[in-house]
Design a protein around this ligand. Structure first.
Ligand SMILES: [Zn+2]
Ligand SMILES: [Zn+2]
Length: 377
């Protein structure tokens, strides 16, 4: 990394998480530490058990809801916190409400840890902002060209039309998306002229935490024992992945069940969850988003923490980046992990890939495809 002399890098990858020895803090550690800087409140980044937490102020209530009584300091984007001479500041990651990239600077050396991010403005999360740095630690959950997202306005047009046609056909509408991020993004983009929005308790708890944090969300009604089935069936039900196939969900029969996830871009995911409709909607950057985000940092080197790390590192090296694959425990995000392709499906993906690559210049993914990683652990 340094041509002059063997200096200790400002950030290192340890078995507890990303560590800054100069500042004596960790970023998104997965084992208990004294001082943790948290990119966002998803379970694979915000673990319980640290002595002190630093996060964006819009993550506050969700962190309390998920982790209980923690010692938490919150900051605004762009605000600087000093730890043992190291300056730490947070920048929008556009992933979910309150998500941040962590910028760390010491003696002119700048590192940025992306956490999870997406480059499309979803209308509810503060939009992603590229931050120039020497070293960029990036996710690459969807680091394959097959993952190319359509603008969300098109996806929500499909979703709203599907809801209308269900109403017309006497079907209830159940739309599944994970509880922090996807659920609110769906909520804010539904055509409420169609009807009311009902929520599963897990999602409503998250909505309430965000509202306590001052976030304005469209009205929702929590589904309880007292809810009247026929009323609920006239609206739309937003449910978490954990509710799929449960008696809770079967109560609303007959229904049409849609699933929102980036994994819906591949055939296997929809079949595996027996969804009637798969909507390709992700809170992660797609292939082009990853490349443009990495490019915009103007970094000297990039470290890939989770996703298709091996193949994406090879692609980046091929276009001139100093790219490295690193081992972390990120990526088991909420229930999304269960949608990720199996090894056999990765074979199928490779095939789809070949078809799409006909007029797109990418490297050959070769023999690595088998173990390339949606599931980093
Ligand atoms: Zn996340
Ligand atoms: Zn994650």
């Amino acid at each position: 990394m340094y041509s002059t002399m063997a200096k200790k890098p400002l950030l290192e990858f340890t078995d507890r998480g990303i560590y800054c020895s100069q500042g004596k803090f960790y970023i998104d550690p997965w084992k208990p530490v004294d001082d943790a800087v948290i990119t966002h409140a998803h379970a694979d980044h915000a673990y319980v058990g640290h002595k002190h937490y630093l996060a964006h102020h819009l993550s506050r209530e969700v962190l309390y809801y998920r982790l209980g009584e923690i010692q938490l300091q919150t900051v605004e984007y762009g605000e600087t916190v000093m730890k043992n001479g190291v300056s730490i500041s947070l920048f929008p990651a556009g992933h979910v409400i309150g998500s941040a990239q962590i910028r760390v600077e010491y003696k002119g050396e700048v590192w940025v840890v992306s956490g999870d991010y997406k480059t499309e403005d979803d209308g509810i999360s503060t939009p992603f902002e590229p931050v120039q740095c020497h070293h960029f630690i990036s996710e690459c959950t969807f680091g394959m060209p097959v993952y190319t997202w359509k603008p969300q306005v098109q996806i929500f047009e499909d979703i709203n039309n599907w809801w209308r046609s269900n109403l017309h056909n006497g079907l209830a509408t159940v739309l599944v998306g994970y509880s922090l991020g996807k659920a609110q993004r769906i909520l804010q983009n539904l055509d409420l002229f169609n009807g009311k929005v009902y929520t599963h308790g897990v999602i409503e708890n998250t909505n309430e935490a965000l509202r306590r944090n001052g976030v304005l969300l469209n009205p929702t009604e929590r589904i309880t024992q007292e809810s009247i089935k026929e009323e609920v069936r006239k609206g739309i039900i937003i449910a978490p992945p954990s509710s799929v196939g449960t008696p809770w969900m079967r109560k609303f029969q007959p229904y049409s069940f849609g699933y929102c996830s980036g994994w819906m871009a591949i055939r296997g995911a929809k079949r595996r969850r027996a969804a009637d409709r798969g909507f390709v909607l992700s809170d992660h950057a797609d292939w082009d988003g990853l490349i443009s985000a990495i490019d915009a940092t103007r970094c000297e080197s990039v470290y890939l923490t989770h996703g298709y790390t091996a193949t994406f590192a090879r692609y980046l090296s091929g276009i001139g980046f100093d790219a490295h694959e690193v081992h972390t425990l990120y990526g088991g995000e909420e229930e999304e992990a269960s949608l990720q392709p199996s090894p056999e499906e990765r074979g199928l993906e490779a095939h789809e890939q070949d078809n799409r690559n006909a007029n797109k210049e990418v490297l050959s993914f070769g023999e690595d495809l088998g173990e390339a990683g949606g599931t980093p652990s």
